[in-house]
Design a protein around this ligand. Structure first.
Ligand code: ZN
Length: 137
């Protein structure tokens, strides 16, 4: 059993953007030659998140629209007096900053329609993700 630490970086291009990072994560499993175990992906940011769901373009748009509807921008938030991105933080509270996914036969053991996403909530900017793998080759 090994414990491996690594990172990957991803750049967003919009204020809110949902980016499929499944291949980035699988590449790290291959790079470290892990066959069985678990992988944790952690966004080191309070206005970005990691989430698992289906990569269907209309659903992605629906998710963005729902976040905007539930947590609108400029809604008299206290934090907006400090740096004007309270909506980004509150959306991130709901999404969460990490996911832990099983590894099976050298890749992510996801359901048929499941993918891993980086959810940008205050872009565009470059983001860092810490990856911890516990497993064996
Ligand atoms: Zn802030």
């Amino acid at each position: 059993m090994e414990i491996i630490k690594d990172v990957f970086h991803k750049k967003s291009n919009k204020r809110m953007e949902i980016i499929d990072v499944t291949d980035d994560i699988n590449d790290l499993i291959v790079k470290h030659q892990i066959d069985e175990g678990i992988i944790n992906v952690f966004a080191k940011h309070s206005t970005a998140g990691i989430v698992i769901n289906e990569n269907e373009s209309r659903l992605i748009k629906d998710f963005e629209t729902t976040l905007e509807r539930l947590i609108p921008e400029n809604n008299n938030y206290g934090h907006d007096l400090i740096d004007n991105n309270a909506d980004s933080h509150i959306r991130a509270f709901l999404i969460g900053s990490s996911e832990t996914i099983p590894i099976k036969n050298g890749s992510l053991d996801l359901g048929t329609w499941q993918r891993a996403f980086f959810v940008e909530l205050d872009g565009p900017r470059s983001r860092n993700f810490v990856v911890t793998i516990i497993g064996k080759g």
